[in-house]
Design a protein around this ligand. Sequence first.
Ligand SMILES: *Cc1c(COP(=O)(O)O)cnc(C)c1O
Length: 389
Amino acid sequence: MTIKMKRPKAGFATKTIHVGQEPDPLTGAVVAPIYATTTYVQQEIGKHKGYEYSRVSNPTRTRLEKNMAALEGGTSAHVFSSGMASIVAMTQCFLKQGDHLVCGHNVYGGVPRLFNQVLSNYGIEFSYVDTSDLSAVKKAMRRKTKIVWIETPTNPLMVLTDIQEVAKIAHAGGAELAVDNTFMSPYFQSPIKLGADMVMHATTKFLNGHSDGLGGVIVGTKPHHAEKLAFMQKAAGAILSPFECWLVLRGVKTLAVRMEQHNRNGQAVADFLRHHPKVKKVLYPTFPDNPQYELAKRQMTGFGSMITFETGSQNNANKMLRKVRVCSLGESLGGVETLISHPATMTHAALGVAGRKKIGLTDGMVRISVGIEDLEDIIADLDNALAAI
Ligand SMILES: *Cc1c(COP(=O)(O)O)cnc(C)c1O
């Protein structure tokens, strides 16, 4: 049974299709053109139509950035060549030597890798805390804390952080709150409405939705966000190409219908797994006995399609993962196809045994990004694969 939540989001689907997606003024083409150009002719020295060089700006990119800002309710958006590139740009814009960032201890594996193995070489300091525990966030704040970085629900343990409360703590300490909203997409969660200053997405995932283009976006709410991120696009250059901007513009038009189906399939698959005798535990916020169920209903308008479940051992996980046919064993998430993965050896291998133990990520855990295929086919496939355990 699908749990009804506070929906629909009025106007959201219209925005995905129309903001930044206006017909081409020159020809009337309904679909935004791909401006495959590096440079722009100037009428005389310094006189141009707003575009000079495509590292600085490009009309296809401008369209996507308008669209992304509108969907998250921000005032600016800047897109980069991958989700990680957008996090690099953001940290380089807003952190300098001696500054400190408080990070959730169970975020996308690439984030602590970047922080610990790259940015720490530049004198930036990081603390990792369980951000679902508000007192731990408060305790981690320092005089030099400039950013609090959270992901909710977390990957892959599906633990929620109260965005509104953490925003208050960050602001009281003179820091800004940045939320990685990749798992929920702007359709199911609006961090800016809850007090977040910046929102990040790997557009690679649900926003594009078709597993055919990497990308990242930082949505801002203040003039200094827009100014510094635009400068970083120009200065460092990890921008998203016009073609890949176009792929996201195309993919995002179906975000609302895709998310509805992801959510319906996700809830049904979570129910199926919960009642399956071979599955020891299911991590998904939809179950009323989950202590975070009320928070989930308060800050999300759907539960999405990311589910983690416990098979008991790496050997069991391996046995079932060898058998899947409709689900594909692979990294990534958020595509129309169901993707299934083994976090301990794939997305979270870089954490190491001790790091995984600390957050409670076991070798038997399997993560599934439920796609929008026919539900019966996904369930039959999982049932067949679980029989191998
Ligand atoms: C994939 C992902 C990223 C990184 O995005 P890339 O496009 O792979 O660089 C960051 N955060 C989350 C939650 C992700 O799922």
